[in-house]
Structures are given as C-alpha cells and as structure tokens.
Write a protein that binds this ligand. Structure first.
Ligand code: HEC
Ligand code: HEC
Length: 416
C-alpha cells in the first residue's frame, strides 16, 4: 500500500497533535499540507509569517527582551530573523536569551575557539564538525585529556528543536545549561575547564572578544561572563537549521526532479512497512522534537534492541540510557530518537557508534533489532524487504543530506 506524500504529511500533522492545542499559535497545517503541490516559488514563504517583524533592528527593539539590559540599550542589538525552510515551525527560544544577530556571531566565535579548552587544543567544533552535520565521525567521543566518552558525538543540525538534549537525559532541556557540560564537565572530561574565572581568563586577552561581547550584551558593564558564553553558544546552535535537502525540494516544494524514483519508493517504505515515523516523525524525523505552539515538551526514549546482556534486556554499564535517571527497569536501554537529517554524513550510528552503515541500520530494524530483548520497544518487530527495497530506503535516507547546510559559511569557522 503506497501513500502519497501529501497523505502522509497529513497523517504526520494529525498525529502530532498540533491541532489540539492553541489555534493560531501553531504553524499553519494548511500551508505545509499543501506544500507538495506548490511550485516552490518562494522557499522562505513559510518562515516569513513566523519570523518576528524586523527592520534593521532599531525600530523593533521591543521584540528583544534582555533581562540584563535596560530599555535604552535594547535598541543596540539586532533581532534575529528566522529563515526557516518550508514546512518548518518556529523554534522555542527562552525569553531570557532572545536570538540576536550579535549573540549568534559571538557564539560562532566561541564555538570554534580552542581557547575554551584546558590546553588550547579543543573547541566545540573538534567534536562537532560542520562538514559532518556537526558530529565527529567517531564511534565514541574523545575529550581533551584523551578520556573516552561512553557515547558518540551528536549532530547539532536543528538542535533548536530538540525536546531534550544528549542521547538520554530527560533533565537537560536547554542549550544554555547544556553548554556547561562539555566546558566544565568531569565525567568525562571534554574540554577540561575549571570554572568561570578560568574561562574568562582564557578569552579576555583576545581583542575580538571585547568587541563581540560588548556588541551582544550592550547593557552589561562586564559582559564577559560564563552566563553570556553559554547564552551566545546556545544562540549560535539554535541558528543551525537544516531543511533544504533534495527530499525537501521534492516533498515540501513539489520539485519532482529533485530526487530519484528510488528515493520516492524509499520514503514510502520508510512509512510502510518500516513504520519508522513511529519514532522518526515530522519535519525533523524525530518524535523528540519541540517547537512553538506545542503544549508539552516531548519525553521520547525507546529501546531499539541493541543489547541484552543478562536476559532481562540489560545494556552495557555506563550506557543504560533513560534507566540511569529513572531507575525504572523498563527504561533500560531507552535512548532519544535522533533526527535523521544529514544521516548519511553522521556515521557511525547509535549512541555508541555500534552500527556502521545505513544498510546495516535498515537491516537492524527489519530484523526487529540486533538481539531479542524482553524490553525492546514494541515497534521493534520484523518486516520483510527485498534487496532493492533496502537500497531504496537507503536512497531515501541519503536524500536528507543538506549540502548547503554542511558548507554554509554563516556556520563556519570565523577565526583567521
Ligand atoms: C570531546 C568531544 C566533544 C566536545 C569538545 C563537545 N562535545 Fe558536544 N557532544 C559530545 C558527545 C559525546 C555528546 C553526546 C553526549 C551524551 O549523550 O552523553 C554531545 C552532545 C552534544 C549536544 C546534544 C545534542 C542533541 O541533539 O541532544 C549538544 C547541544 C552539544 N554536544 C554541544 C556542544 C557544545 C556547545 C560544545 C562546546 C562548548 C561541545 N558540545 C563540545 C562530544 C563533544
Ligand atoms: C521504537 C522507536 C524507533 C523506531 C520504530 C525506529 N527508530 Fe531509529 N532510532 C530510535 C532510537 C531510540 C535511536 C537511537 C538508539 C540508540 O542510540 O540506542 C534510533 C537511531 C536511528 C538511527 C541512527 C541515528 C544516529 O544519529 O546515530 C537511524 C539511521 C535510524 N534510527 C533509522 C531508522 C529507520 C530507517 C527506521 C525504520 C526502519 C527506524 N529508525 C525506526 C528509535 C526508533
């Protein structure tokens, strides 16, 4: 049974529960639902209505609420204009850290700055490389001291929409708090900084920062603080929006030539019999996605039958997933379903990099998982695929690579 793209999108929107919430504050289901029939005349059409009205920043200072600034100073920062791909809703941004052009630019400098690590060799970008959709190509992260993380780095594409952060941490929900983990965390050490004084001492001698911090936080007489570093890093990461892959040009903009027939067949198989959308659903291909207008932050963690160490479904020590937080036996091995955007460039796969290729991924699911586990999610069931159908599903997954995103100079390293 084949579903048309429009029908499937309708299902996605209905299942998403967008309609149940506050009408008016949610993205227009009509506009995205009809997207496959449009000619793609304006790729920004969807976003212009969502974006805050901005005009060079000065006349719209009311849009920016910076708690640390007084009214007069607000005018000095430039509110961010989202240029969202068709079909993308507006990300949720914390009220006390509004998106500004200057904040994003400061965050970009910090993200690529090796001064943020104990021996000056590591930046965020060391483990989050734009060419790999901000992942690092390794199975497991390796920190500045050589300590190996128990899990792999994650893509930061569309992290603005992540309902929870990290592979399985229900308590980590904002990018501002998360940034403390790699900089100051000790289990494991990632960048090895000691405290705020250590961080500030490392960046205060760089003349560019004096300007960048002053521009981003004009109301603050001493803007170089750990709080502002985390805010700016968060703003930069929220700007990393990816949604202009060949799949999008076909699905949301109606360009039939944008993808091959294999991709179109693969998309159908992804829906039926794959039922991958059960967990990799919506514009970001993850149910753990959160955006403006949703009533509740998602709480999405599933066990995909990778391990069963003890007959009860145990995962290896240190990688027990959600169980590490809740202690509930049924949460053992439950991890967040990651976005599948740019998935072709973020191998190896899964929280521990234990699956190498997309072919093996599709086989993993079609065989109901790598192991028999009494606590695997019920959607981990077998389905049969012919060889050419497996190739079609892989072709679909590859059509989610957004080349412009991977090489966008706006996200690139700003340092000489
Ligand atoms: C040593 C490698 C390394 C460095 C350096 C590093 N990260 Fe990460 N990052 C990881 C790993 C590994 C994970 C997965 C963590 C987990 O699940 O426990 C991750 C996860 C993340 C996530 C969660 C993404 C999601 O979709 O949930 C964000 C956000 C992130 N890192 C941002 C940053 C920022 C900002 C910096 C710099 C301040 C940084 N990282 C530095 C390895 C690194
Ligand atoms: C029951 C929910 C569920 C279903 C159904 C599901 N996935 Fe997943 N998927 C997940 C979770 C959870 C992870 C992360 C698992 C981990 O790391 O332990 C994941 C990981 C992945 C990854 C690796 C992502 C990365 O960044 O490493 C790919 C690719 C993937 N899934 C594709 C698919 C495809 C294709 C299907 C359908 C055949 C599918 N998934 C069905 C929940 C699901």
């Amino acid at each position: 049974m084949r579903l048309s793209a429009a029908a499937v999108l309708g299902l996605l929107l209905a299942a998403c529960g967008q309609d149940g919430g506050a009408p008016g504050s949610v993205p227009e289901p009509g506009s995205t639902g009809e997207a496959p029939q449009t000619t793609g005349a304006s790729t920004d059409a969807g976003s212009s209505t969502d974006a805050p009205e901005t005009s060079e920043g000065s006349s719209s200072s009311g849009e920016v609420e910076d708690a640390s600034s007084t009214g007069d100073e607000r005018a000095e920062v430039t509110p961010w204009t989202w240029e969202l791909p068709p079909g993308f809703p507006t990300p949720v941004v914390p009220e006390d850290n509004p998106m500004t052009v200057e904040g994003v630019e400061l965050g970009r400098h910090l993200f690529y700055d090796t001064r943020l690590s104990v021996d000056g060799t590591f930046a965020c970008s060391t483990c989050h490389d734009p060419a790999l959709a901000f992942s690092d190509g390794r199975a497991l992260g390796e920190g500045v001291t050589g300590e190996i993380h128990t899990r792999g780095s994650m893509s930061l594409a569309n992290v603005a929409y992540a309902g929870t952060l990290a592979w399985a941490n229900p308590e980590l929900t904002d990018l501002e708090s998360h940034a403390l983990v790699p900089m100051l965390g000790t289990e494991p050490v990632e960048m090895g900084l000691v405290d705020e004084a250590d961080l500030v001492a490392r960046i205060e001698d760089e003349p560019r920062y004096a300007e960048l911090f002053a521009a981003a936080y004009p109301g603050d007489p001493a803007p170089m603080s750990l709080a502002h570093v985390t805010e700016a890093l968060a703003s930069f990461q929220r700007s990393l929006i990816s949604g202009r892959a060949p799949f999008d040009r076909w699905f949301f903009e109606g360009d039939e030539e944008a993808v091959s027939d294999a991709v179109k067949r693969g998309w159908d198989l992804f829906n039926v019999p794959g039922e991958c959308t059960y967990c990799h659903f919506g514009f970001n291909f993850s149910t753990a996605t959160y955006f403006e207008g949703m009533l509740e932050r998602p709480y999405e963690f599933q066990n995909t039958a990778l391990y069963n160490e003890d007959g009860q479904g145990a995962y290896p020590t240190g990688n027990e997933g959600l169980y590490a937080f809740t202690g509930e036996p049924t949460d053992m091995g439950a991890f967040k379903p990651p976005t599948l955007r740019n998935i072709a460039v973020t191998a190896p796969y899964m929280h521990d990099g234990s699956i190498e290729t997309l072919e093996e991924i599709v086989e993993h699911y079609s065989t109901g998982g790598r192991v028999d586990s009494p606590i695997a999610h019920h959607q981990m069931r077998t389905f049969s695929l012919k060889d050419d159908e497996l190739a079609d599903m892989v072709a679909f997954l590859e059509s989610l690579t957004d080349e412009a995103f991977l090489s966008d100079p706006a996200h690139g390293d700003p340092w000489p």
